[in-house]
Design a protein around this ligand. Sequence first.
Ligand SMILES: NC(=O)c1ccc[n+]([C@@H]2O[C@H](COP(=O)([O-])OP(=O)(O)OC[C@H]3O[C@@H](n4cnc5c(N)ncnc54)[C@H](OP(=O)(O)O)[C@@H]3O)[C@@H](O)[C@H]2O)c1
Length: 102
Amino acid sequence: MLTGATGSLGAHILYQLVGSPKVRKVVCLSRASSHADSLDRILDSLKIRRLVLADESKLVSYSSNANTANLGLSEEEYASIEEEVTDVIHVSSSLIYSSTFA
Ligand SMILES: NC(=O)c1ccc[n+]([C@@H]2O[C@H](COP(=O)([O-])OP(=O)(O)OC[C@H]3O[C@@H](n4cnc5c(N)ncnc54)[C@H](OP(=O)(O)O)[C@@H]3O)[C@@H](O)[C@H]2O)c1
């Protein structure tokens, strides 16, 4: 599971993970109005950086809010993450250092 894929470092990490034969799936969590919007934002971020995923079907993207219960996901989505996720890479980071961020 990866956060921050709409940003610079996260986009590059996503690119590397998807290109690795050891990684079956990358679940990205990002701020967005919907899961479709989350995916669009990540694909835009990759495009801007000229990063082409080796296999886009490995990417699953959820709109999420780290400050709400179950990360803002449905019970089913959260349960699937609990069951499937083996590693968490938390890259999202507010670069406004005077504000709080979970
Ligand atoms: N870029 C580098 O070369 C580099 C190298 C070493 C370390 N780092 C560190 O890695 C971290 C990310 O850097 P970056 O260059 O990738 O920054 P960035 O391009 O500004 O990306 C920041 C990411 O964090 C998310 N984010 C920011 N505030 C958030 C919030 N309140 N809630 C949820 N998500 C939030 C952004 O999501 P939205 O798209 O929704 O805003 C975006 O995905 C920073 O701590 C930086 O110091 C970066």
